[in-house]
Design a protein around this ligand. Structure first.
Ligand SMILES: CC(C)(COP(=O)(O)OP(=O)(O)OC[C@H]1O[C@@H](n2cnc3c(N)ncnc32)[C@H](O)[C@@H]1OP(=O)(O)O)[C@@H](O)C(=O)NCCC(=O)NCCS
Length: 190
């Protein structure tokens, strides 16, 4: 299945899927430079999400633009979750970011598509899940994601709590992503 990518996708983009632990020092620096451009530390010091416990995705997709600069980064997670009490292996994406100078060219969409291909390559991943701010719902909806209107349970510092900080969206991998019921991530969000 292919997903629509940006209208300006006359891309000469390179895409790599990697375990974060395998990034070398220079590659980590490039990710840090991208992160600081997207989230300038001075502006983000008071972000309320800092107080939450998040999983740092152990895998990533990186997308480079035609100029050879790192343009986009997508964190990728596998998780044994439950939906309405039944165990379900799911894939997650998080920490999606594109350099401000490289936006609107389909780089994030391309990286998300690679993450979904990774989920499809796994034997058992049923659906994908992300959390995002409300203004990004139409963007991900254009890529095929649907808003989950049920209850999302997560772990926060050992406690089971309902996640209400962001909105939740799901996408079919082997099975339609649920749009209602109770999903328990059985761990922190990403
Ligand atoms: C969201 C983000 C990753 C998109 O990256 P990108 O490479 O420009 O994405 P694409 O080129 O695939 O798609 C661009 C579309 O994103 C949508 N979009 C981006 N930011 C948006 C926002 N804040 N509100 C609504 N739509 C937004 C727009 O529809 C845009 O389409 P347009 O170019 O026709 O205006 C990028 O804007 C970004 O890094 N934002 C800051 C970090 C963030 O919010 N990350 C999302 C975490 S879930």
């Amino acid at each position: 299945m292919r997903f629509p990518v940006g209208k300006d996708i006359r891309l000469k983009a390179n895409v790599a899927f990697t375990a974060v632990a395998d990034l070398n020092a220079g590659e980590r620096d490039a990710v840090d430079v991208l992160s600081r451009a997207v989230y300038p530390p001075a502006e983000w010091a008071d972000w309320p999400g800092r107080k939450l416990e998040w999983e740092k995705p152990p895998r990533c997709v990186r997308v480079w633009g035609g100029d050879g600069e790192l343009a986009s980064y997508i964190g990728v997670v596998l998780r044994q979750a439950t939906h309405d009490g039944r165990a379900v292996p799911i894939g997650g994406i998080g920490g999606v970011k594109t350099h401000p100078a490289a936006r609107g060219r389909g780089y994030a969409a391309l990286g998300v598509q690679r993450a979904i291909e990774f989920f499809q390559e796994q034997a058992d991943v049923m659906f994908a899940l992300l959390v995002c701010e409300p203004d990004l719902i139409p963007y991900y909806a254009r890529l095929g994601w649907r808003e989950f209107g049920g209850t999302l349970l997560v772990r926060q510092y050992g406690a089971i709590v309902e996640f209400t900080f962001d909105r939740t969206m799901t996408l079919r991998v082997r099975r339609d992503g649920p749009i209602d019921g109770v999903i328990d991530l059985c761990g922190p969000p990403w």
